[in-house]
Write a protein that binds this ligand. Structure first.
Ligand code: NAD
Length: 249
């Protein structure tokens, strides 16, 4: 169904993004693996490409900092030349810098908003030209349960994710007439590097709030993303699928 489509997954060298990229590639999608070129992340992005190719899929890695318009514009040029125009955009890149508001520095606020929210805006804008031309597009924004519930210690992160939901609804309204659907997936607590750093006591406290009694896996989120990227969801736009085991309803 998705055979031959081209997807860009931001922050796809690890965690949820990596699983999304693998699942899309398994459905015949050519996947652009975006990564930010710091530390060992390039090697992780290359490993993601290698595992997709080993499974018979098509992928290539592209560096860009999603919070920089210049960097994203250059990346989209490269993707257009190497794979073609993007049909499916998954705004997955994100980070946390948790602390209470009292202690939160403006720089910590700005960094998280820059990557999680401004980054999604920049990437959305960058792929629109191609999508409008082909009168087709699927954009999936990875929000979070805390964008709906709030979470002490995550003022910057929860605001960025609530903002993503607003961006999702507005883009859906602006772009529907061009055949572009925009939706969000709001994961609950998912087992990735982002949650691995949390102490056992915090994980246990979280589990107590989850109706299904366990953390989710990246696959659970990726399955919802694949649905929103596919034709099976063509009559859905401006919406959010919650993948949280019933921790917030
Ligand atoms: P992760 O840290 O493995 O993935 C985040 C990715 O974003 C990393 O690969 C990182 O390198 C990349 N990234 C960070 N800044 C970037 C930038 N400026 N440009 C490009 N890439 C950048 O963690 P994850 O859990 O897989 O998170 C994926 C998404 O899911 C994030 O948006 C996160 O907020 C969201 N999410 C995660 C959970 C969870 O419990 N793990 C819950 C809700 C939402």
């Amino acid at each position: 169904m998705l055979d031959g489509k081209i997807a860009l997954v931001t922050g796809a060298s690890s965690g949820i993004g990596r699983v999304i990229a693998n699942k899309l590639a398994g459905l015949g999608v050519k996947v652009a693996i975006n990564y930010i070129d710091i530390g060992d992340i390039k090697a992780d992005a290359e490993a993601t490409v290698a595992e997709i190719k080993a499974a018979g899929g098509e992928a290539a890695a592209f560096a860009a900092d999603v919070s920089s318009e210049e960097s994203v514009t250059a990346m989209i040029k490269e993707i257009n030349a190497e794979l073609g125009p993007v049909d499916i955009l998954v705004n997955n890149a994100g980070l946390t810098q948790d602390t209470l508001i009292m202690r939160m520095k403006v720089e910590q606020w700005e960094k998280v908003l820059d990557v999680n929210l401004k980054g999604a805006f920049i990437c959305t804008k960058a792929v629109l030209k191609g999508m409008m031309k082909s009168r087709y597009g699927k954009i999936v924004n990875i929000a979070s349960v805390v964008g709906f519930s709030g979470n002490a210690g995550q003022a910057n992160y929860s605001a960025s994710k609530a903002g993503l939901v607003g961006l999702t609804k507005t883009s859906a309204q602006e772009l529907a007439s061009r055949g572009i659907r925009v939706n969000a997936v709001a994961p609950g607590f998912i087992r990735t590097a982002m949650t691995e750093v949390l102490p056992e006591t915090v994980i246990d406290a979280m589990k107590a709030k989850i109706s299904l009694g366990t953390l989710g896996e990246p696959e659970d989120v990726a399955d919802a993303v694949v649905f929103l990227a596919s034709h099976e969801s063509d009559y859905i736009t401006g919406n959010t699928i919650h993948v949280n085991g019933g921790m917030y309803m």
